[in-house]
Design a binder for this molecule. Structure first.
Ligand code: CO8
Length: 261
């Protein structure tokens, strides 16, 4: 692992059970270069390995969550370079992060920036947020899930529009199409995202994992298989002490004290 204090393109902090990663390349609107990718992945994996962290907030600046892959870093690369370096597959390590990830998006979330937000489990957007996949302007197509996760989130009509025309969605549009779960005033973004993360982080960790894995399953398999996965995961919850505690607390009209974390 990387020592937290050695990060140069992100800032990392914790508050109780919530870990926050702030993309910090203001000179490039948080463009996702190789260093930043390595640091985000390392910081995510470090939080994931820490059972004292129950949710992660990923955010950028007021002006930009991230304006995409670093075009200056990519511009000189050959076909062989991008095949051999396979930079995109490193981002796939975020899929293995079990701790719920909340993207807090203000300003531009374009190209790889929009894709990074969609790799999070839910997205809270500031009123200023703008989502787009403008890659075709550069002679490339989205490469980190933009044609796949966006289409699953918003449907073919809107995904085609974004991918083929470089249209940007406002926060309100993104919410109405199902890309983001909440829109908040821009000044309230970090508080709102931290509140969402704290709610998740207060719950039983293995129960949160089971719930998240079951929702994710809906995008991977048939309804029948997904329902069976959910049923098994539901049954398995009864093996946790926290299930007994959660139900006892309800019956006794008190707050649960979860211990499996
Ligand atoms: N890469 C590198 N530098 C960038 C990027 C970027 N994506 N975006 C902005 N910058 C830099 C600018 O070059 C500028 O630097 P400088 O001051 O040295 O010229 C600085 O950030 C500020 O940007 P602007 O002056 O352009 O700011 P504006 O407010 O005028 O415009 C925009 C803001 C509209 C966001 C504009 O910067 C823009 O269009 N950026 C590029 C958006 C884009 O095309 N994104 C897609 C990139 S391709 C991609 O993401 C492929 C993903 C494939 C997977 C990759 C995995 C990581």
């Amino acid at each position: 692992g990387v020592d937290m204090s050695d990060y140069t393109t992100i800032k990392v902090s914790t508050d109780g059970r919530v870990g926050t990663i702030t993309l910090n390349r203001p000179e490039a609107l948080n463009a996702l270069n190789l260093t930043l990718m390595g640091e985000v992945v390392a910081a995510m994996e470090a939080f994931d390995a820490d059972t004292g962290i129950g949710a992660i907030v990923l955010t950028g600046s007021a002006k930009a969550f991230a304006a995409g892959a670093d075009i200056k870093e990519m511009s000189a690369k050959s076909h062989a370079d991008v095949v051999n370096e396979d930079m995109i597959s490193h981002w796939d390590r975020l899929i293995g992060v079990r701790t719920p990830k909340v993207a807090a998006v203000s300003g531009y979330a374009l190209g790889g920036g929009c894709e990074l937000a969609m790799m999070c489990d839910l997205v809270v957007a500031a009123e200023s947020a703008k989502f787009g996949q403008p890659e075709t302007n550069l002679g490339i197509i989205p490469g980190l899930g933009g044609t796949q996760r966006l289409t699953r989130a918003v449907g073919k009509a809107v995904a085609m529009d974004l991918v083929l025309t470089d249209r940007m969605l406002s926060a309100e549009e993104a919410a109405s199409y199902g890309l983001v779960s909440r829109v908040v005033p821009t000044d309230d973004l970090l508080t709102a995202a931290a509140d969402v993360a704290a709610k998740i982080a207060a719950k039983s960790l293995p129960v949160v994992y089971a719930a998240k894995e079951s929702v994710d399953r809906a995008f991977e398999t048939t309804l029948r298989e997904g329902l069976m996965f959910e049923r098994r995961a539901f049954h398995a919850c009864f093996a946790f002490e926290d299930r007994a505690e959660g139900m006892a607390a309800f019956v006794e009209k008190r707050k649960p004290e979860f211990k499996n974390r």
